[in-house]
Design a protein around this ligand. Structure first.
Ligand code: GRF
Length: 217
């Protein structure tokens, strides 16, 4: 099986990027990060890329006069690396339909909630306000619907009565660093396929919530 080519898009700290770099270094992922793109020049994730010896580009969305022109340029840069997988890791831009369609079936995102709950922002606050006793994160394929594509991996955390938005966010973030490398690992090992029926792992149909990681995994 050929080593999969991965391009990662970030906007910030890049701790999920780091988790994927670490999993590759540990030999868990049959893939290589060919390039990292950030829309922010000061994203700490770029330091992580540099330290790992990964090439990167900054594409400042503010330098473009429309979402479509930013997306078209970003797409050109991504496609130079002929990726098998495009990983959105804290990339804080809404993508145009043409961009999403171009990478259909090979672009992943991570969202800090147990989707389909709490699409959009302030997920931790909303989970607390709803009195949920469980919260978490979801890795999903990207479709035109914001935070709406087929769900691949979910990891949960228990919500305790003394949790604050910050403590819950920290707990979920830790689980992201397990869930995202696992999702990338499964795809790079050719263990995932999807069609109209849903997502299959090793030819078994996953539930609509995706593969669910145990609390202690
Ligand atoms: C994560 O919380 C992720 O769920 C959200 O953006 C954040 C990125 O964090 N989409 P990092 O940049 O990977 O540290």
């Amino acid at each position: 099986m050929s080593t999969k080519r991965i391009v990662v898009l970030i906007s910030g700290s890049g701790s999920n990027l780091q988790a994927i770099i670490n999993a590759i270094d540990a030999g868990h992922i049959n893939g290589r990060i060919e390039h990292v793109i950030s829309n922010k020049a000061d994203a700490y994730g770029l330091v992580r890329a540099e330290q790992a010896g990964i090439s990167y580009s900054v594409i400042d969305h503010k330098a473009f006069d429309s979402r479509e022109s930013f997306d078209a340029h970003t797409r050109q840069v991504i496609d130079k690396y002929a990726p098998d997988l495009v990983v959105l890791a804290g990339f804080m831009r809404i993508l145009s339909a043409a961009f999403v369609q171009h990478y259909r079936g090979k672009m992943l995102n991570i969202h800090p909630s147990l989707l389909p709950k709490y699409k959009g922002l302030h997920t931790h606050k909303r989970a607390l306000e709803a009195g949920d006793n469980e919260h978490g994160c979801t890795v999903h394929f990207v479709t035109e619907e914001l935070d709406g594509g087929p769900l691949l991996v979910q990891a949960c955390v228990p919500v305790s009565s003394d949790d604050t938005e910050a403590s819950l966010q920290a707990k979920v973030h830790q689980r992201e660093h397990v869930a995202y490398p696992l999702a990338v690992e499964l795809i790079c090992a050719d263990r995932i396929r999807f069609d109209e029926a849903g997502i299959f792992l090793d030819d078994e149909l996953l539930p609509p919530s995706g593969f669910r990681l145990a609390y202690d995994a």
